[in-house]
Design a protein. Structure first.
Lengths: 321, 332
């Protein structure tokens, strides 16, 4: 069953010097209980996309297209309904766990806040729920009385996840949830997210620039470049056998240790991500593309079929099919 | 002379040691206690060699790097460069810093936003009174892959992309013609597609200029990409070191094994519980024993070394190029 559907979503920021198209026509669907990874580098529009889902964008952003959450149009919701949907139906985990928590309030009170604000529990029941949530994210219940500074980075990220789970949402959006964490702590947090999603039948959208992490956690992967999805498909297939040259480069950026091909041979991509105000003509990836053809500078690309359940926006894919 | 000593020397004649930590200890006062951030480290970087120093935050790897640069004074032990102990007089340190240069993680934070690329790069040569400043700056920029260099002279950091900024930082280090780069997480703040380019640049500099590098990182993929040798640090000590191919394909220390196992794609995960312990409270016996999966699973007991793990201190690993691990179980 489809839980979330994005139909031709676009986000444009209006700034003094003009308009910045950050997301340019993205269509994706997410089934309930499924996990979707959105990959891309800074400026690709992946975080803007995440914020748009819960209408958390600043006022100067203009959103077009449709976002259907459980059949309901998010962009058409009244303000009160929107507030009810946040936390209760969909919640978000940001990357900077240290900035997401109030430094002068106890952890337990902060986890209970969405429950009380949404009227989902009375104070007593909320306290019990906090204990339950702390246990789910692997923290002892006496941590409810701690302040954020008494916790390590990994523990704070667990608290953020507990908050996101508090109102039993059906969708969690995790924006680079492990970026600032160490490898071992990252593994702990990823395992936690995977288990919670599986046990509670929650849908997940995870955003990262690390394809290997996304392939590990998510079923489906969408790779974004310059505000568009350039490749979409089952995550393992996209990671191991990318069809779009940009996805290939992203996958190769994090080498598999032990793979002789990457030993003393770091793989990079020349050039820099494009300025969204001066997007290249034709395929926006063509100036950096190692396999660009003459026509790529002028020809419009779209997501073409690239095997069962897969799409890629590359002229080479279109030729092959 | 025993055979192993002869073998060690044979390797060391191929790559003479340039920069070395010898029985290095660095302690700090921390909330009324002593934090043993670096607690006995032997580490050598040879000429033209790239060594990766790997570990979690709080393991002491950054303190070790800062001490090697002369930015921190060791509590005991010594830093040696070119065969002599480091002299901490300000004149000698100034000369030393021409030889050994630092590249930091965040290029945005390491560049003054109000200085042009030219000014940022000319600062070092001016301090050291090098002639032909313009020439020095231009050469450094083109070596760092910013060509043609004069196109970048008058640019400000905010006009550059993240990858270009990190190249400017590397060019700044190259301007003084150093022999060693100490790079602390050189690509951690860069985008995935740019990362490979900067790592390829470090390899190219080694090839063209014979530059040595100590790369401090928590990223084992990075070590696999560019390093000749890897040293794994845990709670102030090197727990395993050796050639990258050997250490990263057949790790012997349980800590290295755990780090490898949490890489995506790894078949079986060993997720250590807890976070790296506190350098103010280093456990007795093997410092890793409280988190060790080999001890916890009973394999150490089967091998009859569990008593040793809990109570017997391990020797500090010497600075040799061969694979070695500080572990009672691996040594059984």
């Amino acid at each position: 069953m489809t839980l979330l559907e994005l139909d031709d979503l676009s986000v444009t920021y209006r700034i003094a010097s003009g308009e910045v198209p950050a997301v340019r026509g993205v269509s994706l669907t997410l089934d309930s209980g499924a996990a979707l990874g959105v990959a891309g580098e800074s400026g690709s529009g992946k975080s803007t996309l995440a914020m748009a889902l819960l209408r958390l964008l600043p006022r100067d952003a203009r959103v077009g297209g449709r976002i259907l959450l459980d059949g309901e149009d998010v962009l058409a919701m009244k303000w009160g309904r929107m507030r009810a949907v946040r936390w209760a139906e969909a919640s978000i985990v940001f990357q900077g766990a240290q900035h997401g928590l109030n430094p002068v309030r106890r952890i337990g009170d902060q986890i209970a806040e969405p429950l009380l604000v949404h009227g989902l529990a009375k104070p007593d029941a909320a306290r019990r729920r906090v204990t339950e949530l702390l246990e789910q994210v692997g923290l002892p219940d006496w941590r409810a009385r701690s302040f954020p500074h008494e916790l390590s980075g990994g523990q704070r990220q667990r608290v953020m996840i507990a908050m996101a789970l508090a109102c039993s949402p059906r969708l969690i959006i995790a924006d680079e949830p492990t970026t600032a964490l160490d490898v071992m702590v990252q593994a702990q947090v990823l395992t936690l997210i995977k288990d919670l999603v599986a046990e509670h039948d929650i849908s997940l959208i995870m955003i990262s620039h690390d394809l290997s992490v996304l392939a590990d956690v998510c079923d489906q992967l969408a790779v974004m470049y310059a505000g568009r999805v350039v490749e979409h498909g089952p995550s393992r297939e996209v990671f191991h056998d990318a069809k779009h040259p940009y996805s290939k480069a992203l996958a190769a950026a994090f080498p598999t240790v032990g793979d002789p091909a990457s030993r003393l041979a770091p793989q990079g991509l020349g050039g820099d991500p494009p300025d969204p105000m001066e997007l290249p003509t034709g395929c926006s990836f063509h100036p950096r593309c190692p396999v660009a053809l003459d026509g790529c500078a002028t020809m419009d690309v779209e997501l073409w079929p690239a095997g069962p359940g897969r799409n890629a926006a590359c002229v080479h894919v279109q030729e092959a099919s | 002379m025993t055979e192993t000593q002869a073998a060690t020397e044979a390797v060391s004649t191929v790559r003479p040691t340039l920069l070395e930590a010898r029985d290095l200890h660095v302690e700090f006062a921390s909330r009324g206690r002593r934090a043993r951030a670096v607690d006995g480290v032997n580490l050598a970087v040879g000429e033209g060699e790239i060594v990766a120093l790997v570990g979690e935050s709080g393991c002491g790897k950054t303190t070790l790097a800062r001490t090697l640069l002369g930015l921190e004074r060791p509590t005991s032990g010594e830093v040696r460069y070119g065969g002599a102990a480091l002299d901490y007089s300000s004149k000698a340190l100034k000369a030393y810093r021409r030889q050994v240069q630092l590249v930091l993680q965040d290029p945005t934070g390491s560049l003054n936003p109000r200085h042009t690329v030219y000014e940022a790069l000319a600062e070092g040569p001016r301090i050291h009174g090098l002639p032909d400043e313009r020439e020095v700056v231009a050469t450094a920029l083109s070596r760092a892959g910013l060509r043609p260099p004069d196109r970048f002279f008058l640019r400000y950091p905010h006009e550059l992309s993240g990858g270009q900024r990190q190249r400017v930082v590397i060019a700044g280090a190259l301007a003084l013609n150093p022999k060693v780069l100490v790079a602390d997480e050189p690509v951690a703040s860069l985008d995935a597609s740019v990362r490979g380019e900067i790592l390829a640049l470090l390899l190219k500099l080694r090839e063209e200029l014979g530059l040595s590098a100590l790369v401090v990182t928590h990223d084992l993929g990075l070590a696999w990409n560019i390093a000749d040798r890897v040293a794994v640090m845990y709670l102030g000590r090197i727990v395993e070191s050796g050639p990258v191919e050997q250490v990263l394909t057949a790790p012997r220390h349980p800590y290295t094994q755990a780090l490898m196992s949490v890489l995506p794609e790894s078949p079986e995960r060993v997720v250590l519980t807890g976070e790296p312990p506190d350098p103010t409270r280093i456990p007795g016996g093997c410092r890793f024993h409280a988190r060790c999966q080999v001890l916890a699973s009973g394999r150490a007991a089967e091998a009859g070394v569990d008593g040793k793990c809990r109570s017997e201190l391990l020797d500090i690993l010497p600075a040799v190029p061969e694979t070695q691990a500080a572990c009672h179980y691996a040594a059984r």
